[in-house]
Design a protein around this ligand. Sequence first.
Ligand code: IMP
Ligand code: MG
Length: 185
Amino acid sequence: MSYKKENSIVRIEDKTFKKFLNESEIKRIVKKLAVKLNRDFKNKKPIFLIVLNGSIFFGADLLREIKLDCSLKTISAKSYGDNMTSSGYVEIKESEFDIEGKDIIVIEDIVDSGYTLAKLKELLETKKPASIKIVTLLSKPSRRQIDVKIDYIGREIPDKFVIGYGLDFAEKGRNLPDIFALEKE
Ligand code: IMP
Ligand code: MG
């Protein structure tokens, strides 16, 4: 698979991605979300649940801004389909954990169809937490197939496929510090 990075352009195979959100904009968005979470969960001891792999960078940066007495867990979710759209079939690798009576904050990178979050929420609910809130860096509201409540949204974006800052195209591009959007052919 060919990969080429220039200043504001990334090419993977025959696809061209253009810079869409730069590092400093991402940082601002993350900080704003952290301010809200610090305020809303004051005096609580939430468990942050990072949804792997996409949310690794966002989760790590967000948590460094969190001042609460909190803990961190991870869960792995994969939605099968082609490289850009969800099939609606979501596989969640459940780790053994007890969240009964706890306040859970799920950290997502991006919400597209909503299938991943809906499935994850359903699974978490069976474990009887006190509450489940969702924070996502990005959301594409026009792509939603299933109605799922998102409590904290960093930035709503149009129907664009994006990579970087943890987000991938066929596992490529996660390491980019900025976010790039696919140019329509
Ligand atoms: P959903 O289940 O369709 O809401 O999609 C959720 C998952 O698909 C996200 O957590 C991402 O991992 C992936 N995804 C959705 N849109 C994009 C995108 O634009 N770029 C990269 N990954 C995406
Ligand atoms: Mg994800």
